[in-house]
Design a protein around this ligand. Structure first.
Ligand code: ADP
Ligand code: MG
Length: 682
């Protein structure tokens, strides 16, 4: 019963042009047509007398064309008067073709499907679907499914293809009877048939209800397929081969001894988890979560040393040049005294520097390589890469993470993120990762005071910056985000810099923005880190990871334009030293409801996990993954927020199915995911 017959996996027998269009819809096999489910339904089972057709819903009417006119003013349009025994109705077409004129000639009898609304000259339907009929032609006996489609592939063609497959395919059950009964799920075949060809007793509204048992079944099956594939990916990884990395601890001890602080208990715990994984003969895929400022960098450095001790190379990738460079500076300073060579690779290196760096990496002379995604281009060849670390992993697309997996066999991987992953995502798309959490901040941090200040009171903010610098501390001043125009954003930063330099004559004010060359940025950042600049005006380029402990004031202009994650990241740039820190959020009135809600959350909360949770409430899920941009197929039917119970049930069933009913599990996976697994593993 639970095999996947050949006929299911054959490509649809259609012309190449149609095959291409089907492909765009994700339909590559004949069975994919079966799983291509309607978006909604149209009701052509019932004819309304024109005079009694209700407003606000699609209705089918039939009548004779009694008048037909192409108007040119105020715009070109086709107006058709349709009449039945009860009344008349105007059909209006703004786009029309010669075919329409023929079908809607005077005296023709047609059925029109559309919404009736009150128009200028009485009731009308705009762009109804029309069909020529003879008096007494039978009506459809069930609702008409409307499928997601692409240009050039019409509903009737798609419908015909799908219905042919419903006849040809065996819609076998992949859930054992006992399991299905226990979960209260309806059979697969019934669900598929109902959704593609609903029986007359179902209304369009009922069929659109996600709680309909047929939809529940499909959502469950989809989630189960995802869970199965995640578990298999996890198992495959556990079976995969990776170097056993067990260093002698010599370098780690040396670095620890040179640090001006002791690791927190949380840092020690996650370091233990990571080094235990590295010592396994299969590749680690571990996500290290820790709030902004929780000290992930030193954990990365110490775990890198574990690999270096054991003779392997390590790669560290960061999403922006500024952050990568900062890691480079910091880690070189930590590792150089231990006699370890660190290489730097970024897109902006000059040719000569670049080939020198590539040579360092290829020869194995460089034990640690730090850079942006330039690290993972083909020309970069490692001598013996054993471990790669990705900082701020949520900034990378799935594709980039995949490229990284492809480098040098199967190195161990550590992904670091300050953006906590909501539980449902962790349970679904990230289910094959192991997770470590740093759940405490280093001691001695004074909490950051957050202030909301209307931008009309800018003078007071400037005075505050002045006082902060007078106290020996430093300040960031973040310029507004201007999404529409990068040039305008740049201009604003330049203007703000000039203005602040004038307002604060006693202090040196620097500027850093996204259009500067990497080397210029690095110079400015280094000057700020050395307190040669007291105030740093910046665009949001400093958003992630920048670390200057002596900076204790963060001013953010137009905070109402920024997202919560961004505000939290920016605020986290201060509060890193012993001095009392503050974050001033300047805003312009009037505030939108959304902006108000966001500012309230950031004002009231300092815990990144809580902020992320509330962010999810405000925005809804989905954006966390950045999945749409990165080509990860989202779930088609299931909704992670609504279907949490189904997700939990699927998660629980997956291992059991694999163990007790391996054939069914295999059939289920093939049915849902054949040819797509690689996406889900990312
Ligand atoms: P993030 O987790 O945001 O990447 P960082 O690694 O940049 O945080 O660390 C933030 C700051 O805290 C750095 O200045 C770092 O040197 C410091 N730090 C890290 N661990 C500790 C610790 N255990 N005690 C004191 N300071 C620490
Ligand atoms: Mg960091």
């Amino acid at each position: 019963m639970s095999t996947f017959p050949d006929i299911a996996s054959q490509p649809p027998a259609v012309a190449p042009a149609t095959a291409k269009r089907l492909e765009k819809l994700g339909i590559r096999r004949r069975f994919d047509l079966v799983l291509h489910l309607p978006l909604r339904y149209e009701d052509e089972t019932h004819l309304y007398p024109i005079a009694q057709a209700p407003y606000g819903q699609a209705v089918l009417v039939e009548g004779e064309v009694v008048a037909h006119e192409v108007q040119y003013r105020p715009r070109k349009q086709l107006l058709v008067q349709l009449e039945d025994k009860s009344g008349t109705l105007m059909l209006r077409f703004i786009h029309f073709y010669p075919n329409h004129l023929k079908q809607l000639a005077q005296g023709k009898r047609v059925r029109a499907l559309g919404e009736v609304r009150r128009g200028f000259r009485g009731d009308e339907m705009v762009h109804p679907k029309i069909r020529e009929v003879l008096e007494g032609d039978p009506l459809a006996d069930s609702l008409t499914p409307i499928y997601p489609t692409v240009n050039g592939l019409t509903q009737p063609v798609l419908r015909r293809l799908i219905h042919a497959e419903l006849k040809a395919q065996t819609l076998g059950e992949t859930l054992p009877e006992a399991v299905r009964g226990q979960l209260g799920l309806v059979p697969f075949a019934d669900s598929i048939r109902l959704l593609h060809a609903p029986t007359p007793e179902y209304s369009a509204t009922q069929l659109a209800d996600p709680a309909l048992p047929a939809w529940q079944r499909l959502k469950f099956d989809e989630l189960l397929a995802q869970q199965l594939s995640m578990r298999l990916a996890y198992r495959a990884r556990r079976r995969g081969k990776a170097p056993v990395i067990a260093g002698d601890g010599r370098l780690r001890a040396a670095l620890s001894a040179s640090l001006p602080f002791a690791l927190t208990a949380a840092q020690q715990k996650v370091l233990g988890e990571i080094t235990a994984d590295l010592a396994q003969p299969h590749p680690m895929h571990r996500l290290l979560q820790g709030d902004v400022g929780s000290g992930k960098t030193v954990v990365a450095a110490l775990s890198a040393l574990a690999a270096i001790e054991a003779g392997f190379q390590v790669a560290l990738m960061a999403p922006t040049e500024i952050l990568a460079e900062q890691h480079y500076l910091k880690l070189s300073a930590w590792l150089a005294p231990l006699g370890i060579e660190v290489a730097w690779l970024s897109g902006s290196l000059r040719k000569k520097q670049k080939s020198a760096a590539l040579e360092q990496v290829a020869s194995g002379q460089a034990r640690l390589v730090i850079g942006t995604h330039a690290l993972f281009q083909d020309e970069v060849v490692f001598d013996n890469l054993g471990f790669s670390i990705v900082d701020e992993q949520h900034r990378f697309g799935v594709g980039q993470r995949l490229a990284l997996q492809g480098k040098g066999g199967e190195p161990h991987q550590l992904m670091m993120s300050a953006t906590p992953i909501p539980r449902t995502l962790a349970m679904s798309f990230y289910a094959d990762l192991d997770v470590s959490v740093i759940d405490e901040l280093p001691p001695g941090r004074t909490p950051i005071v957050t202030k909301l200040i209307n931008s009309a009171r800018r003078d007071e903010v400037v005075a505050y910056v002045d006082r902060t610098c007078a106290g020996g501390q430093q300040a960031y001043w973040v310029c507004p985000l201007i999404e529409e125009s990068e040039t305008l954003q740049l201009q604003t930063a330049v203007d703000t810099h000039a203005q602040l330099a004038e307002d604060l004559p006693h202090w040196r004010v620097g500027l850093v923005h996204g259009r500067m060359k990497a080397s210029e940025k690095a110079e400015v950042m280094a000057a700020f880190a050395a307190n040669e600049l007291q105030v740093l005006v910046a665009t949001t380029v400093i958003e992630v990871g920048v670390d200057v402990p002596n900076a204790s004031l963060m001013v953010i202009e137009h905070a109402e334009r920024m997202g919560l994650a961004q505000l939290h990241q920016l605020r986290g740039r201060v509060g890193r030293g012993a001095a009392k820190s503050a974050c001033v959020l300047m805003f312009d009135t009037p505030l939108s409801e959304l902006a108000k809600a966001r500012l309230k959350v950031i004002y009231e909360n300092t815990d990144g996990f809580e902020i992320a949770r509330q962010d999810l409430n405000i925005r809804g899920p989905g954006e966390f993954l950045g999945a749409r941009q990165s080509g990860l197929p989202m779930l088609r039917f299931a909704d992670l927020e609504q279907d949490i119970e189904l997700l939990e049930a699927a998660k629980e069933l997956a291992p059991e199915l694999l163990k007790r009913w391996p054939n069914e599990a295999a059939a289920h996976l093939t049915r849902w995911l054949a040819g797509r697994e690689h996406f889900l593993k990312a």
